[in-house]
Structure formats: C-alpha cells, structure tokens
Design a protein around this ligand. Structure first.
Ligand code: S3P
Length: 434
C-alpha cells in the first residue's frame, strides 16, 4: 500500500468560515439504531469517513438496505430488532474502535454467529473491556488474547447486569446498552466519570424507554425501536484542529459552523479557555436533540496550565491537538490521569511526545500523561503511526514551525475527516502532499 505523506508549512493568519464533517460517534450510532428499528430512518449530516462507511458496510452484510441519496445522507431501512441476517463473511470494522465495540454488543444478542475484524491498528486494541462484561450478561465471544478478531457466538440468552465501568468509556457503556436491548431484565451501567451520552439520547429518540443521567444509564430488554430522522452535528473533535490552529497563528479568525456542543465532548473548549484562548460560542441552538453552536476563534497568547483531571473524559480525543497548543503556550502544561490515550488509534502519549521532540519541543512523558514546555518549534519528520488525529495535529503544528513538518502516513485522516487538506488550505494552511 502506498503511504500518503504530508508536509505542513508555516502560514500567515488563518481566515474563513468552515463546516467540518459530521460527528463520527453520532453517525455510527444512527446507522446501528436505524438498522434495528421498525421503519425507515433518514440520517442527514452523516460522516462520509472510512470508519462510519465500514459500519454501514457491515450492516449491509447483515442484510440491511442503506441508500445514499446524496453525499452526507443515508436512508436506513430498518429490519427490526430480530431482522438481521447472519453471514459467514468476516465483518470488517476497518480502523474503528467505536464500530467494533458497539457492534460486539449488538451482535451478542443475535441468533447467528459473526466475526468482527479490523485493520492493523484496531487489531492491537483491547477488547476485554467489552467482552468481559458481555460475558457476564451471557454472551460468548472469543478473542485473540483480548484482541480482535472477535468471534461472537449467536443464540445465547442474555440477562441484564448492573456494571460499574472500571475505566470511563462510552464505547463499553454503549456496547452493554445495545446488548441490553436483547437481555432479560434491566441492564444498568455506572461510570466513574460521565462519558458521551449519544447512545442514551438516541435510544430515547428511537422510542426505547431508558433512564439516564450523567454517570449512569439503565434500560430493560423487550421493547421496540421506531425509525426516526437523525440530524448529525459537525464533529467537535474535527473542529478541534481549527480551534487550536486559530488560537496559535497570529492574526487568525476562524468561524466554525454548526458544531456539536454536547458537554461530554467540549472539554478542549474549557481547557483552551483556561490557557487564555479567545473562543466565542454564537447562535447556540438545538438540532436533533443535541446542543449545537457556531464557534469563533481568534488568535490569543496562550499560557500553560495544569489540566483539571475532571476534563479528561470530556476531551479524550482532543489531546493530540491540546499538546500542540501547549507547545505554543508560555510556560508548562501538565496532563495527568490520561492513561487511556495509550490505547487509542495509536499510543497517543508516545506518538505526540516523539513527534513534538522531533520538532525540538521539550516534553516529559509519564505513564498517564505528559508535561509539555512551551517552546518554539522547528521543522522535522513525524511518524503519525497511521493515527488520523496525530496527523492532523502535526498539520496544525506546522503552521507555527520554523521549517517544514513532514508527516508520514496520513491516509487514515480519511477515517474521520475526509477533505481535511482542502478545508484547511481553504482557510490558510499550507499543507501539501509530499
Ligand atoms: C467514542 C468513545 C471514545 C472516543 C472514541 C469515540 C464513542 O472511546 O475516544 O473516539 O463514539 O463512543 P472510549 O469509549 O474508548 O473512551
């Protein structure tokens, strides 16, 4: 496979109005609930990324008809809770942890066997966090020493459990709730820190009775999902690269339209504001049951902070971008309580530490975080480790580096942010294929 490299060059003030693609978490869930519903669900603002397309392809392999009337739109013809059809073909989730973990819960309740596989990165990601509690519900899932592929045995009768998550994870919570649709009795998930609640909100929107509050969710099996329409907001995690870029490049002013502002996602906004960033939220409104707003970011001098640990779950995907902001800040930024970053699409603490060091930054990596010194960046060569968010973060770092930043292996940016290069260059990045 040819590897796609990028070079990011120093740029002048960033200007413009940007609409980043649809939310990845919401897009995955809309497909899955649409597939299990009675009737036809329309999804608008769907993320045309490789991750969410992989989930659509898996559902199609299971017999679900999904139409694409236009880009960013899907029409899902629901099969009902028991309408999926088994296949002996491998179900390929690509790079997507969300796809694989949520589908594991959904498939644990089916009458047929199935096998979920993933790409090289996903094949290294821990799955016991979902298979262990699913086994307590009565599921039988074989792993390779806790890693994919997942061989899910059908025809098991599931019973609800009350489960306290050992680590904050919306994926694990969601897998258990999806299995809970098929379980006898109540499935209750208690979280150490509240995580994104899209599954809970969307189950309610599809008419499934569910009780939820920050930190807990509870449902019982045996109801019906009724098709509904889903408007997917723009993904805050994709907007994050522009929030950081606009904050660190002098003279910048960027407008980001219709960004999802679910409070379980906007930790970076709070962190950047604590660092002195100038970010305004305008036109706050609700769309499809989710808070949405337009964000205006202007350059501002940043200073380092001790990141409050309580913010970690609310910005779990934004640390690569935060680390870039931290190098542009005066003084040091201390991050702790973020060991989960080691089991994302890459070990993000190691990937960011190595990459920032290659550009001349001083960063002290510890098991659950890092301390980053504000420092001028030079040019250099970066390994993205095939991790989309590492690649996009170093594209932002290149804006303020004193030499070209060459980033290896950027193809996976298409998993979450197709068209990133064009959108970024449209507002003043100087990002080139190399
Ligand atoms: C997600 C949950 C988070 C996040 C991921 C998407 C989701 O993962 O990092 O990008 O859609 O539920 P964890 O549940 O592993 O924290």
């Amino acid at each position: 496979m040819t590897r796609l490299d990028w070079t990011s060059h120093q740029a002048r003030a960033l200007k413009g109005s940007v609409r980043v693609p649809g939310d990845k978490s919401v897009s995955h869930r809309a497909l899955m609930l649409g597939a299990l519903a009675e009737g036809t669900s329309h999804i608008r603002g769907f993320l045309e990324g490789e991750d969410t397309r992989a989930t659509a392809a898996v559902l199609q392999q299971l017999g679900v008809h999904i139409d694409t009337p236009t880009e960013g739109e899907r029409v899902v013809h629901g099969m009902g809770l028991h309408g999926l059809r088994g296949t002996t073909a491998l179900l390929d989730c690509g790079n997507a942890g969300t796809g694989m973990r949520l589908l594991a819960g959904l498939l644990a309740g089916q009458a047929f066997d199935s096998t979920l596989v993933g790409d090289e990165s996903l094949s290294k990601r821990p799955m016991r966090r979902v298979t262990d509690p699913l086994a307590s519900m009565g599921a039988t899932i074989d792993t390779q020493d806790g890693l994919p592929p997942l061989r899910i045995h059908g025809g098991q009768s599931l019973a609800g459990i009350a489960y306290t998550l050992p680590v904050a994870s919306a994926q694990v919570k969601s897998a258990l709730l999806l299995a809970g649709l098929y379980a006898q009795g109540a499935t209750e998930v208690i979280e150490p820190h509240p995580t994104r609640d899209y599954t809970e909100r969307m189950l309610a929107a599809f008419g499934w009775p569910i009780e939820f509050a920050p930190g807990r969710a509870k449902l019982t099996g045996g109801h019906v999902l009724r098709a509904t329409n889903v408007d997917v907001p723009a993904d805050f995690s994709s907007a994050a690269f522009f929030l950081v870029a606009g904050s660190i490049v002098p003279g910048s002013e960027l407008h980001l339209q219709a960004v999802g502002l679910n409070p379980r996602r906007t930790g970076l906004l709070q962190a950047l504001r604590l660092m002195g960033a100038d970010i305004r939220v305008e036109n706050e409104r609700e769309s499809g049951g989710e808070p949405v707003g337009d964000l205006v970011v202007r350059h501002a001098p940043l200073h380092g902070i001790e990141l409050p640990e309580a913010l970690v779950p609310d910005m779990i995907d934004e640390f690569p971008a935060l680390f870039v902001a931290a190098t542009a800040a005066a003084g040091k930024t201390v991050v702790r309580g973020a060991a989960e970053l080691r089991v994302k699409e890459s070990d993000r603490l190691a990937s960011m530490a190595a990459g920032l060091r290659a550009l001349g930054a001083t960063i002290d990596e510890v098991p659950d975080g890092a301390t980053i010194e504000g420092s001028a960046l030079g040019g250099g060569v970066i390994e993205s480790h095939g991790d989309h968010r590492i690649a996009m973060s170093f594209a932002a770092a290149g804006l303020i580096a004193n030499g070209p930043v060459r980033i290896h292996d950027c193809g996976n940016v298409a998993t979450s942010f197709p068209g990133f290069m064009e959108l970024a260059n449209g507002c003043g990045f100087d990002l080139r294929s190399a």
